[in-house]
Design a protein around this ligand. Structure first.
Ligand code: ZN
Length: 265
């Protein structure tokens, strides 16, 4: 990978958020050292597992896999050159994160959040994200700030290239990165789930021309974090979420359709 920004991020790839820490099992601290003793084969197996998970996860984030798409076990096993059991494991993990829906007798499908679920996601984000930012400001280090800025540069770069897929993915990842850097693993895990669900919702309910997060809003939030102004960062985040939610066309049972407005010349 030659992109200097990616290299600058340290791992030679995008700051994939807490992949190693987001296994369905709680990442209990005492079990960590024991993992080092696992056999080479087991490690290889886990890595392969993660890689497939990552590929499917990223394809969903980038809208290459659409909500409601059937994920055929046999086909995926063929594509990735692994057993169906391995694919089942990955799908179970994605189902655990609500990204995939497992329907008995029918199989696995990319989740298709309903309007009700979409509203719930925003309600949860309005609670979680201010808490994330408060904690991030409290624990801020120059390194954390650099990670945020580098991520922002990747976003700006993707927008400049008009790479819509990358923009949608990076926009979502900004929020997960903030949660990861805040250092609360429970918040980070929730945020990761909520941001991939938001990506699916954007596909389902957004106007086709828009791409989730507005261009300059993340950088304003980062500026407030840099000044350790938690109140401003929180306020900007709530406004940012309001903008994302209001850009979606979530017309459902709860809302009366205003026929007069529709037919007004
Ligand atoms: Zn955003």
């Amino acid at each position: 990978m030659s992109d200097p920004l990616r290299l600058a991020l340290g791992s030679g790839r995008l700051p994939r958020i807490g992949v190693a820490d987001s296994q369905p099992d709680p990442p209990a601290m005492p079990t960590r050292p024991a993992r080092k003793g696992t056999s080479q084969a087991r490690l290889q197996r886990e890595n392969a597992h993660d890689e497939i998970y990552e590929k499917i996860y990223t394809a969903i984030l980038e809208h290459r896999l659409h909500p409601g798409t059937k994920l055929v076990e046999e086909r995926l096993a063929e594509i990735f050159g692994v057993s169906r059991a391995r694919i089942r494991e990955v799908l179970a993990r994605l189902a655990h994160e609500q990204v995939v829906e497992l329907i008995p007798q029918r199989g696995a499908y990319v989740a298709k959040p309903t309007i009700e679920q979409a509203r719930d996601v925003f309600e949860a984000r309005r609670v979680i994200e201010p808490a994330v930012l408060r904690r991030l400001v409290e624990t801020l280090t120059p390194e954390k700030l650099t990670r945020l800025r580098l991520h922002q540069e990747l976003e700006v770069d993707a927008r400049r290239r008009d790479d819509k897929r990358a923009v949608i993915r990076l926009s979502g990842e900004f929020h997960s990165l903030a949660a990861e850097l805040a250092g609360n693993s429970a918040l980070a895990r929730s945020m990761r789930e909520l941001s991939v669900l938001t990506c699916l919702m954007i596909f389902l309910y957004d106007a086709p021309t828009t791409t989730s997060c507005r261009a300059d809003e993340h950088s304003q939030i980062i500026d407030a974090i840099a000044k350790r102004d938690a109140a401003r960062a929180e306020k900007l985040m709530l406004e940012h979420l309001e903008h994302i939610e209001s850009s979606m066309k979530m017309v459902g049972d709860r809302e009366e359709v205003d026929l007069a407005a529709i037919f007004k010349a």
